[in-house]
Design a protein around this ligand. Sequence first.
Ligand code: KG4
Ligand code: ZN
Length: 334
Amino acid sequence: MSGGDLTLGIETSCDDTAVAVLRGERGVLAELLSSQIRDHARFGGVVPEFAARKHLESILPLIDEALREAGVEGRDLSLIAVTCGPGLMGSLLVGVQTARALSRVWGTPLLGVNHLEGHMFAPLIDADDLSPPFLSLIVSGGHTEIVRVDAFGSYVLLGETRDDAAGEAYDKAAKVMGLPYPGGPEIDRLAALGNPEAYDFPIPLKHTGKIEFSFSGLKTALLWRVNKMREAEETLPLPDLCASFQRAVTEALIAKVSLAVEQTGIRNLSVSGGVAANSALREALRKNRAWKVWLPKPSRCTDNAVMIAMAGHNAWQRGVRSPVLTPDPSLSFA
Ligand code: KG4
Ligand code: ZN
């Protein structure tokens, strides 16, 4: 196959090496991911140096495989879109340097994509009925923010977390309870077996009247409760603890989405990032009549390259260019 509107997406901002090939705006021809979760689980979190080395091992074979699966040659590509930040410096460098080299060799245009803008595009891959203006809640391991999307490329940050991100809170809570990394999926699984009302954990910043989040106090409340139980040599009621913790995080997120909808009058909402895979959050978002929600399928809530390819394609069409592409770990979104 040759010619056509083909984008290669590359994502290496944290611990997943992901590659995708997209035809046009939404035609997913290949979507591959090499997860490092097992490698990092034994350390209880992502070890940046180790993550970069793992990306280096997997990236070229993964690109080869994606092109084969898509039935295209490197020289057929119209664009290479690569995550350039925010993220871990070493991890970003592997993706960006690989993309730069391939762009030179194949003579293919190259574009840097903001990882968070990528997340924002994830719900749009399977839906063509959402267009700006809309609100975007991004809830990942590194970020928790609500952005007003006035147009693609024109973003206003309405509010964000003051401390931990929601995913980070899930990961830390799991650690407190002795559960494996990453904590979100594990807490989600155990919470399904527990009572969300069992413990009355605080709903952080619920009534401040501002669009802002805070999750570190909630984690401390859980730690305090767990330590008391351990002191009393009680067996931890994991399902109830998980369900109650998950309820508090979910209520905090829903409260601020409600506020953002109220303040802006915008009722269309996209939600993405790893925590958007959480079943309690998905249910709470879907049953609320104050807004209409667009969610990616769970596998595209977490880091993936289809969202990077789509965001890159969209930006390229708008005329965005990145002449000398270098990674920027502290890039912000809006
Ligand atoms: O978006 P992502 O893959 O990486 C970042 O850009 O940060 O998000 C990873 C985060 C982790 O903190 C993980 O625990 C959380 O998303 N996560 C979940 C679930 N699946 C992943 N949190 C709650 N419930 C889940 N089902
Ligand atoms: Zn992410």
